[in-house]
Design a protein around this ligand. Sequence first.
Ligand code: CUA
Length: 316
Amino acid sequence: MNGTFIRLWPQTASHYASQVDTLVATFTGIMLLFVLPAVVCLIVFTFRYRQGNAVERQQRSQDNHLLEITWIVLPFLASMVLFALSARLFFEAHTPPADALEIQVTGKQWMWKFQHPEGQRELNVLHVPAGRPVLLNMISEDAIHSFYLPALRLKQDVLPGRYTQLWFQADKVGSYQAFCAEFCGTDHSTMLATLEVQTPTEHVRWLASAGSESSMAAQGSVLFRQLGCSGCHSPSAAVRAPRLEGLYGRPVPLADGNITIADDGYLRDSILLPQKQVAAGYAPIMPTFSNLIDEEGVQRLIAYIKSLANTDPTDD
Ligand code: CUA
């Protein structure tokens, strides 16, 4: 199934994609097993029992427990096979490996923007290495979009105000088409991107040539100073604000008594909607930065805060 016979079947660029194809084939096969005999009987009986045909039309009462049990148990077992196959794929698709290469994606009317951890940025083209898990952390600047990679059999909605994730491991080097799969306005159909799967060496060379002097975290640290965040969130600050060292991934007690985890979503909301979840013990005085930075800027700030995850707030 490599898509060479017409283009009825999309290209297959990952192991996951071929597993999805197997599931579809198994599903279709099992359905045919039930549908075909029914259709054949329907056609045969249409002719056999047509009006005027001299056949016996007397109804015989049947009482066959074995038959009843068989046609309950067999379809049940078949559906359990489908359930097991699809549940396994579902969990695989929703469990990104911890060592995945994380790339930030921003959907915007009508383009796709990508940011690599080493700081490289791309528009409507995404370069990834083959044979390595890649995790896309995605958000929208405006409407709901959907990032769709047919060659990987993956699709995920990209929402405003909330991060969604998609992970894959492309095994075959090549260029693959990505689409926006959610109607998002006038130019929805032109909201395309290309996934360039490279060999690891090619990818390293590409990263070096793609022009970035500093990592996302370093860019975030510059932004942190430019926006004046350091004025409050630093040990020497006059204003008492939560320290950001050692914060990422840890539990945060909130003023309303709840506890949340300092993940990407919490940090984003704290920057853009600071009154939503106020950290316990602090006055709700942080202003919103929603009119000063875009989602890409927020992603860089989060990368910076993430880089402080293993530092100690007490040593300065
Ligand atoms: Cu973005 Cu459709």
